[in-house]
Ligand binder design. Structure first.
Ligand code: FES
Ligand SMILES: [Fe+2]
Length: 395
């Protein structure tokens, strides 16, 4: 008799090597992640070139809360909860812009760029109670910048940003932090998937075979080993690059123009490097151009993804055109790779909702070859530490 296969049987691999798919579909887990991860860790918010001048501001959503990032008259970037101290309306209602001060639209209380309460309309009404303005500034949010990347953290107890990122920073400090970059590309979309499935897709290399372009341009995709190695760091961060050897992207083999012109500091022509920061940032460098992915989780199966492209500030038209072309070839909304990745993660989300196959397998062990799953396992061990439950057993 044929043994019936049961999709709820656990894979016969160590507990660290598989995931319960309900971590991607369950409402309660989603809410817990917002509290225990997104409200506790350093989250990438934007590139500092997007708030370049005094008065430039940008609003971002962090763990479901609106936060204003603004460059002050002293050029310091600060973060504040976007909530009026009068009766809690949102003070800033635009995504971004430049302001000399912020005026709440409801009763016109005004705040300076350092968050201080500057003006109260019809102030005589408060004379009887001696309202103390100095204690009614916008509530600050921690904000720190590393290599041009602006991060915020809702937790006042959290470690400094540099300690949180740790050693993996060596993958991006030189190309991003020793030259002035600027955001030249921004697009966003709501993907019908769980936020972690997008981060997994950005972190695992095994799926490189999904991409027609990668099958042609990365010689190791269908072969065995690569000089590019996974880098596993503490706190769930990982990366993927080579310290030398033949680890370049073979654009010509795919019929594409090389991306070698204008390589960023520390990058070889046609070199590729990826850094995945826990929980939601990908920094992907293709020699002369940078892609940053940031996520705003909206629900277990809805994720707003923001895509940024960075080039060098002061590029001449020719070099900028080369960077834009190189960026859009693979990563633009109609690029070669991005739509294929979206198909994959939305397909997973649809199928996982049936709960007929309960587990995902992350069991590849290949000595840190790119198609090893070691970085995904490290990521989920950090998830486990912060959530206080195993992503395999939910216990
Ligand atoms: S709620 Fe902002 S001024 Fe009243
Ligand atoms: Fe991909």
């Amino acid at each position: 008799m044929v043994e019936l296969l049961n999709g709820h049987d656990r894979p016969r691999v160590p507990e660290t090597h598989y995931l319960d798919n309900r971590i991607f579909t369950d409402d309660g887990i989603f809410r817990e992640e917002q509290e225990k991860i997104f409200a506790k860790v350093w989250l990438f918010a934007c590139h500092e070139s997007e708030i370049d001048q005094p008065g430039d501001f940008r609003c971002v959503t962090i763990a479901g809360k609106s936060v204003i990032l603004v460059r002050g008259p002293d050029s310091v970037v600060r973060g504040f909860h976007n909530i009026c101290r009068h009766r809690a309306a949102e003070v800033v209602r635009e995504d971004s812009g430049n302001a000399r001060m912020f005026t709440c639209f409801y009763h016109h209380w005004t705040y300076g760029l350092k968050g201080e309460l500057r003006g109260i309309s019809k102030p005589e009404g408060y004379e009887a109670v001696h309202l103390d303005r100095s204690s009614l500034g916008l509530v600050p949010v921690r904000c720190e910048i590393l290599a041009g990347l602006v991060f915020v953290n809702l937790d006042h107890e959290a470690e400094p940003l540099r300690d949180f990122i740790g050693e993996i920073a060596r993958g991006f400090l030189e190309p991003l932090g020793t030259i002035r970059l600027e955001t030249f590309h921004f697009h966003k979309a709501i993907l019908k998937t769980n936020w972690k499935l997008w981060q997994d897709n950005n972190s695992e290399r095994y799926h490189a075979m999904l991409h027609v372009a990668n099958r042609r341009t990365l010689p190791w995709v269908l072969g065995k080993t690569s000089p590019m190695k996974l880098r596993i760091e503490a706190r769930g961060h990982s990366g993927y690059w080579a310290d030398g050897g033949e680890a370049l992207v073979d654009y010509a083999k795919g019929g594409y123009t090389s991306g070698a012109d204008g390589a960023l500091p520390g990058m070889r022509g046609d070199e590729m490097r990826v850094i995945n920061l826990f929980p939601d940032l990908m920094i992907n460098i293709r020699s002369n151009v940078v892609r940053l992915d940031r996520m705003v989780p909206l629900g277990p199966d809805r994720t707003l993804v923001e895509w940024r492209g960075l080039g060098v500030k002061g590029d001449d038209d020719k070099l900028r055109a080369i960077r834009i072309r190189q960026h859009n070839l693979f990563w633009g909304p109609t690029g070669r790779n991005l739509p294929e990745d979206v198909l994959a993660v939305e397909s997973q989300a649809r199928a996982m909702h049936s709960d007929e196959v309960r587990y995902s397998i992350i069991a590849r062990e290949e000595n840190l070859n790119p198609t090893d799953d070691a970085n995904i396992r490290a990521y989920y061990q950090e998830w486990r530490r912060r959530m206080g439950k195993s992503p395999a057993t939910l216990a």
